[in-house]
Design a protein around this ligand. Sequence first.
Ligand code: 8ZB
Length: 488
Amino acid sequence: MEIKNQKLTDDRFYKERKEILEHWPTGKDVEFQNSVEYQKAIPQSRRFGEKLAQADSQNLTLIQPRAGVALYDEHIKLLQYLENEGEADLLPTTVDSYTRLNRYTEAQTGIERSRESGRSMLNGFPIVNWGVDICRKVTSALTAPVQVRHGTPDARLLTEISIAGGFTSYEGGGISYNIPYSKSHSLEKTIAHWQYTDRLIGIYQEAGVSINREPFGPLTGTLVPPSISNSVAIIEALLAAVQGVKDITVGYGQCGNLIQDVAAIKALKAMTRQYLDKFGFKDVKVTTVFHQWMGGFPQDESKSFGVISWGAAAAVLAKATKVIVKTPHEAMGVPTKEANAAGLRATKQITSMLKDQSFLEIPAVVAESEIIKAEMGAILEKVEELGRGDYAVGTIAAFEAGVIDIPFAPSRYNAGKVMPARDNSGAVRFLESANLPFGEDLKKFHQEKLEERARYENRAVSFQMVIDDVYAIGKGFLVGRPNTNKNQ
Ligand code: 8ZB
């Protein structure tokens, strides 16, 4: 498949669209004009992008949970509970795993088993199976705007039904919903599938309906160095903008060192703006999302509130436009609605309390953000060079060459040679930068940071540090020291 970072032609798009909408019975209920009219009748207060833009102009950090169950009436009750009892500013609809894998027959069985058993037998809301009208029931039953959150390599039909169903924001991207989620989907294919999603949203945009788009920032959620996830976010923002998307929220998953986390959001926002401007997309809105800790959580609920609150603090001090909230049930699986609301209220307390403080101009943050920007600049420059100016071609070549390399990703299209580890103050550094296109000074910076930790711990820099770091937060620490139970 020959792929280019160019707006899909109408010919190509509508031919593909016909096949997509015929793939499952609910596809035939999608009618573009009717959906445009439906979307246009949604009040501004329930438009995702509007609420984000407002928060951005007031320097506020909004809070958003994850949530989704199999049955639509239960799903509505759940979301109503999260906005009323959890004080959620923005709502999600988290899609179940069968739908993410396009296995709609199994999702249907899940719906039926849920009806029989009286509890959700799916780990999310099966949007495709329910179809346009039921989705409209869901999105119109709430006061806050609702976003679709998933993890789907081929989300074309899901996007069609979601937008027709009244959702006003849509998560994902051809890289971020492939490499961390899938072993064998090729990047060529998933980038093409996500060009379809972005082009569809571009077509709605051209018809006067603005849908917010959010690349999935945290990637594997495990010790991902900020420059890697930020570079992927910018590439996905550029790919979306080319298809006509005008409202983008770029994301980042908390690493745990406050200075680095604030610096990462600062670098992400500045460089996304810079790259969109550079390629002529000055009219694309950019906001940011900070994800509370995506790695392993403590079993203990009170300890989990500690982790949740630290993420809330980092998000608000970084002035992220919104924060995605974890729950005290994170170590157990899908949370109850009460646990979900509890995580939200803990977060709301912090985001409100700290809203008048910003860490963005603190010298240590500025210095750290310069390092992240230098790394991002090196990666993005190489991607552009490999693609001879084309970011779709360049991305595929970059993954092949390990110029972009996401730690702990299951995909066979990812080199998997880069190894991160924490430095002595918990910032995520490169133990092995493999084929990342970094100059000697950047490599030396990381090396020295890890040697400083090694001296403190009286051991050599090694892979054991990485293992210790992966499990540290679950055990109550950020840096995985030797003999971690004591963490001396
Ligand atoms: C990549 C995102 C993983 C996170 C949460 C997990 C984890 C997944 C649901 C959910 C509430 C759901 N998650 N599905 N949270 N309801 N149906 O997404 O717990 O934190």
